[in-house]
Design a protein around this ligand. Structure first.
Ligand code: ZN
Length: 147
């Protein structure tokens, strides 16, 4: 199985290649709105490549990158055996987002004594950000399958 840095190199190479391709296909005319969407996607993709990856199901380099916060992922590691459902290309990333989402909402609730308004959760940027994580996670699984 490719290691952490091999996954990062692969993911960023694919991202750059697709970005350049889309830029050329769009006739080099990206508007400001597209740029915001692109940044949201890029941020999600970065998080999905460097922090929220399928390899959170094993003591891996990505776990270490969480530093003190790695305790968050211990129950996840116990729940999901390495290389199985966590590495499912369809719902692996969705399950991880739900997992971290519940923790983030829990912390938000403890601080503000209420949940964030729907307008924040259903914001188009949050959705694009989450799609970025899912795409990055899917590419991780693709590379694992190839090697
Ligand atoms: Zn993997």
């Amino acid at each position: 199985m490719p290691n952490y840095n091999a996954h990062r190199t692969f993911n960023y190479a694919v991202f750059i290649a697709i970005t350049v391709l889309l830029y050329i296909l769009s006739g080099s005319t990206l508007s400001a709105i597209n740029l915001k969407h692109f940044l949201a996607l890029g941020a999600g993709y970065y998080i999905g490549t460097d922090f929220i990856t399928p390899d959170l199901d094993i003591k891996s380099k990505v776990i270490k990158r969480w530093g003190m916060l790695k305790v968050i992922w211990l129950p996840y590691m116990w729940l999901f055996k390495h290389g199985q459902s966590s590495h499912n290309i369809v719902y692996g990333g969705v399950v991880r987002i739900l997992y971290i989402g519940i923790i983030v909402l829990g912390v938000y609730y403890l601080i503000f004594r209420s949940l964030p308004p729907d307008t924040i959760i259903s914001s188009v940027y949050i959705i694009i950000f989450l799609i970025g994580i899912i795409i990055a996670n899917a590419l991780h699984v693709v590379l694992d399958t190839l090697f």
